[in-house]
Every structure is written in C-alpha cells, then in structure tokens.
Design a protein. Structure first.
Length: 270
C-alpha cells in the first residue's frame, strides 16, 4: 500500500519537499560562498593594496575590517535572495523596534567600545606599532579592531584591551614625537666634585654617536640628601623606539660607570 493520502498531489510528497529544501539550502550555500570568496580574496586584497599607498597602516586596517563586514552582509543578502529566502528580511516594524531596544540594553558596553574604536582609529597620534603606556601597563600596539585593541607587552604577552578603556584613560605615546629626551639621575657622594661629574656626563653623551648634539646634552643637580647628591643628565635621541631607547641608555650608563671608576668617583648604594 502506498503511504500517500488519497487526493494528494505529487508535489506534496515528503520526499519532494526534502529535495526542494535541500536544493534551496544548496543554492544559499553556493551563492554565499561565491560572493564571500570574491569579496574576501579578490576585492579585499585590491582595496588593501590601494590603501597602503595612500593612508597609514592603522586607518587602512580599520577600513579593511569594515569592508570585510560589508562583504559578509552582502553575501548573506545575495544568498537569501538566490534561495528565495529574502522574505526573512521583511520583519515588521514593531519587531524591529523591540529587537533594537533589547540589543541596546544588551550591548551598551559593545557600543561604547565601537565608538571608542572610531575615535582611536581616527587619532593620527595613535597607530599600530606605537609604544604606549596607560595606567600601570605598557606595550606596542599590534592591532586595532572595532571592539578591542591588542597590545604586545615587552614580556611578549598579548593584551586584549577594550577600546573604551584606552579612550577614557591617560595614554602616553612614547614614540609619537622625535626627538625624545632621555633622563637619568646618578647619586654620588656630596663631597665629589660636582662640576667634574657634570663634565664627564656631558662628555660621554657627546661621544655616543646616536645621542644628538642638538638639543645639547645637559646636567643639573636635582637633590642633596643624606650625604648624597642627585645629578641628573639629559640628552636627546632621534626616531625613538623602546628598543633604541633601552639600548642607547644602557650603553651610556655602561660608559659612564667605567668613566666614574677610572676617575675614582663612587656611586653610593641606595
């Protein structure tokens, strides 16, 4: 006996409905994959190459991310139309309003991070590759997305920081300006010849090939306390980075230490 109800049309057979559903799903998948592939692997690389030649890396990175989201939305819309599911996008206004209110309450933090991300990306003094310091942390910006900024610390940790945190904190960009001044305070016995100490510190700065002659290195006495004198040296370096700053300062301190030892000037223990 046949399991088909009397009077049923052939098109109403369960098997036909399953085939029709599978065909629609297949059309959706193929259309979505085709549009997404063209956008992701053809359009996006072309735009990225064009942007690299015209704007800085940070803004280009943000625009490429925006294009990626746009490609996803277009691929979804085209796939729904191809599979005759476009009616799913015709949501009644009351439902849209309810969903908007619900999403607003559920995503206040996300919206705050998105807005903060826009301000960060459009700030010319805040770029991928910059060395920044905020609160009690520091590191190099690796990536800026719509919601978070990823920062590599100098211990090689990767921090994921909400954009709203950076937008509402005092952030020091340690490499935004060039040249950059480097300061270090030596503590010597207050019976030392401070004039001679100052001469040696300036001379060692002038001998270093990566320390600038202008602005000129300078030395000043900043404190006298408990039999010690604080003598601060200041010099300037060009095109600063953390690696360059640490290396130049280390070389300078090593040379001054040798010079102090040769001159018989002791550095009292802290």
């Amino acid at each position: 006996m046949s399991g088909v109800a009397p009077g049923a049309e052939p098109s109403e057979l369960p098997t036909d409905r399953y085939i029709e559903l599978a065909w629609s799903v297949g059309e959706f998948a193929v259309a979505f994959a085709a549009v997404y592939a063209v956008g992701r692997w053809v359009l996006e690389p072309l735009v990225e190459r064009a942007l690299d030649a015209r704007i800085n890396r940070t803004a280009a990175n943000a625009l490429v991310k925006g294009i990626r989201v746009g490609v996803l939305v277009v691929a979804l819309r085209v796939a729904l139309d191809v599979a005759d599911y476009g009616y799913l996008l015709s949501i009644p206004p009351t439902v849209v309003a309810a969903l908007t209110v619900a999403a607003g309450f559920a995503s206040r933090d996300i919206a705050s991070n998105l807005v903060s991300g826009v301000f960060i990306v459009t700030d010319p003094e805040f770029n991928i590759g910059d060395w920044i310091q905020w609160r009690d942390r520091e590191g190099v910006i690796e990536d800026i997305s719509f919601r978070v900024t990823r920062i590599r610390t100098f211990d090689n940790e990767l921090l994921t920081v909400p954009n709203s945190q950076l937008a509402t904190s005092a952030v020091v960009n340690a490499v935004a300006k060039s040249p950059r001044r480097v300061s270090y305070t030596f503590h010597v016995g207050d019976d030392a010849d401070l004039g001679r100490v100052a001469e040696m510190l300036v001379a060692e700065a002038e001998r270093h090939e990566e320390i600038l002659d202008r602005p000129t290195p300078s030395v000043r006495v900043v404190d006298l306390d408990a039999g010690r004198a604080g003598v601060q040296t200041r010099f300037w370096i060009d095109r600063p980075s953390r690696e360059a700053l640490v290396r130049i300062r280390s070389e300078y301190l090593r040379r001054t230490s040798v010079r102090f030892a040769a001159e018989g000037i002791e550095l009292p223990a802290e």
